[in-house]
Design a protein around this ligand. Sequence first.
Ligand code: NAD
Length: 260
Amino acid sequence: MLKGKTALITGSTSGIGFAIARALAQDGANIMLNGFGDKTAIEQIRAGIEKDFGVKARYSGADMTKPAEIADMVRTTEKEFGTLDVLVNNAGIQHVANIEDFPIEKWDAIIAINLSSSFHTIRAAVPGMKKRNWGRIINIASAHGLVASTQKVAYVSAKHGLVGLTKVVAMETANAGVTCNAICPGWVLTPLVQQQIDARAKASGGSVKDEAIKLLSEKQPMHEFTKPESIGALAVFLCSDAAETMTGSAYSIDGGWVAQ
Ligand code: NAD
């Protein structure tokens, strides 16, 4: 389906972004990876995608807090592959603290990476998509794009902002063959969430396994983590012809979290 098309996935060296990159590659897309990590591990991810799916894969180390590096990453993708057709804004970080203790630099970093970087990628990618009359923009928001939790003021603000950004971009590109949607996962067991479970276990003195079950049951009627691969499959569907009129929406994949 995506053969000959190019997908750029921010934050795809780990977790959900990695799974989305592999799902889009399996569907035929060439891939531009992005994110931080060990050089050798990243090269293994890149080479693995080429070998497993017979597509081209490249890597950009652009820092999502740096607008100039983001613009350069989009330009490089278009130059390297000829087009940028699917943009997945996935890079994200978390910090947990009450607002009065929330470090200012953590607020700035979360807003930059989890929200502003999507403005910068979309701003740079939309002209090419409009020109080619085809594009798919997928913003990885969160259940926290729709509802709040304590101690996550920056994350919840950024993710609510990302859902708003999604709606505006959808309206502005509605008649240009471009769709823009948000995916709102509940708990997905990735390094980002594992850190939160480990911190809870340390604070309570309980086991990591018990804290994982508690974390799930506090928020989700369904006590299961969503698999990164399931989010990859949803992203592939949003790129399909069947999804061509799906735009401006936020799709929950959250074990019933926001149904309550
Ligand atoms: P992760 O920590 O496994 O991956 C985050 C990725 O972002 C990594 O590749 C990392 O290198 C990259 N990244 C971080 N800072 C960056 C920067 N400055 N520049 C470029 N790349 C940077 O996390 P994950 O759980 O896979 O999260 C991916 C996205 O999904 C995030 O936006 C997160 O908010 C969202 N999300 C996660 C969950 C969950 O339960 N894990 C739930 C809802 C939403």
